[in-house]
Design a protein around this ligand. Structure first.
Ligand code: PLP
Length: 398
């Protein structure tokens, strides 16, 4: 296999080998159904309880406020639709933002089709929600505010504590999609007045297909998946025991190494950003300069197509992501890049690189050299760039 430099950790991450080791016995040895009464299933029940405890502790929550799901998308769908249904008699207005993940945006659109009203708050050019604007959007019939903890494309970290305080002050429920932030940033649900929080194991070196929704005690949310009595009758279906065990192990490892990883990734990220901005002309950084996830860099290169850049990086073994065209199966650039005010043609030239704790300085140097070469080559073939250069030469000549 050729060398791969994996810089797409916002899309998914490598499962830590220790996590795999923790999971394996729950396929081959402790394979009982946790709902069964016999002793054979006891290790399954205990392991699930252990994961619940680990997660609750990191959030400052109670064990019985953690509900296992199959990941971030399910948790987001559950939080929004169940809140809408349970609190419809109080009001039918929901506030969220224009830069949420599609798991929130498309659920919001679904709720609009069921006669709910959804306000999608704009963000500033760095991707931040304006808390005063959020407070102004609150109406007597507002039942829920849902704002993501950190954005998956541009890495901007939202003022979650301030937003939670506003929600609490007005007696409105507050949900946060923390899929990118959980296990990467410290989070305390009480300090931030969070009532519901979504997370997903495969974004922090755990397995795919498992996550959780934190639901504060006392919220009257119905089950999202109907069936058996699992998860205190709130999420039916035989539990993904190996996945849940793996998630617990991944949380333990991530929490123990969080500060060290953040420091290391931030330094490499800033090295990457510094080199690209200074060595590739007509380039900007998307997202907030300092209030951003420690592993996220997102660039807009003028006069090129992000899609072409991705394909050429792939030929050099580099995995990145772009907020443009084909990746999303549509011709529109990413809704996030448009929301921060990038013109269409600039948004199309975007590249997201997201590091892991295994990324090295050599990986970054190799990537920067590749980007420089590829961007120059793509621009040399770009009629837009040619026109730009000609116009500039004319100006200088005069
Ligand atoms: C990845 C992601 C999701 C979806 O999570 P899955 O577990 O893949 O369903 C939701 N929100 C954000 C912010 C994400 O990054």
């Amino acid at each position: 296999m050729k060398k791969v430099i994996y810089l797409d950790n916002a899309a998914t991450t490598k499962v830590n080998p220790q996590v795999v080791d923790a999971m394996l016995p729950f396929y081959t040895e402790h394979y009982g159904n946790p709902s069964s009464v016999y002793e054979f299933s006891t290790p399954c029940k205990e392991a699930m309880a252990h994961t619940r405890e680990i997660i609750a502790k990191t959030l400052g929550a109670d064990d019985n406020e953690i509900y296992f799901t199959n990941g971030g998308t399910e948790s987001d769908n559950w939080a929004l639709t169940a809140t809408a249904e349970a609190y419809a008699s109080k009001g039918r207005h929901i506030i969220t933002t224009q830069i949420e993940h599609h798991a929130i945006i498309h659920t919001g659109q679904y709720l609009e089709s069921r006669d709910f009203e959804v306000t999608y708050l704009p963000v500033d050019e760095t991707g931040l929600v304006d808390v005063r604007e959020l407070e102004r959007a609150i109406r007597p019939d507002t039942i829920l505010i849902s704002v993501m903890f950190a954005n998956n494309e541009i890495g901007t970290i939202e003022p979650i504590k301030e937003i939670g305080e506003i929600a609490a002050k007005h007696g409105i429920l507050f949900h946060t999609d923390a899929v990118q932030a959980f296990c990467h940033e410290p989070i305390n649900v009480n300090e931030c007045h969070i009532d519901m929080l979504s997370a997903s194991a495969h974004k922090f070196n755990g397995p795919k297909g498992v996550g959780f929704l934190y639901i504060r005690k006392g919220l009257k949310l119905r089950s999202f998946i109907h069936g058996g009595a699992q998860e205190r009758k709130r999420r039916a279906g035989t539990e993904n025991v190996p996945g849940i065990v793996g998630m617990g192990k991944a949380v333990e490892i991530a929490q123990a190494n969080m500060e060290e990883n953040k420091k290391k990734e931030t330094a490499l990220r800033d090295y990457l950003i510094g080199r690209v901005l200074s060595e590739v002309p007509f380039t900007r950084l998307n997202g907030h300069a300092s209030r951003r996830l420690s592993n996220n860099a997102n660039f807009a290169f003028q006069f090129i197509e992000g899609e072409s850049l991705l394909i050429m990086l792939d030929m050099e073994g580099i995995c990145g992501s772009s907020g443009s065209a084909c990746t999303s199966g549509s011709l529109d650039p990413s809704h996030v890049l448009l929301a921060i005010g990038l013109p269409h043609e600039v948004a199309h030239g975007s590249l997201r690189l997201t590091l892991s704790d295994e990324t090295t300085k050599e990986d970054i140097d190799y990537t920067v050299e590749s980007i420089k070469r590829i961007v120059e080559r793509l621009r040399s073939m770009s009629p837009l760039y040619e026109d730009f250069v000609k116009a500039r030469e004319k100006k200088e000549f005069r």
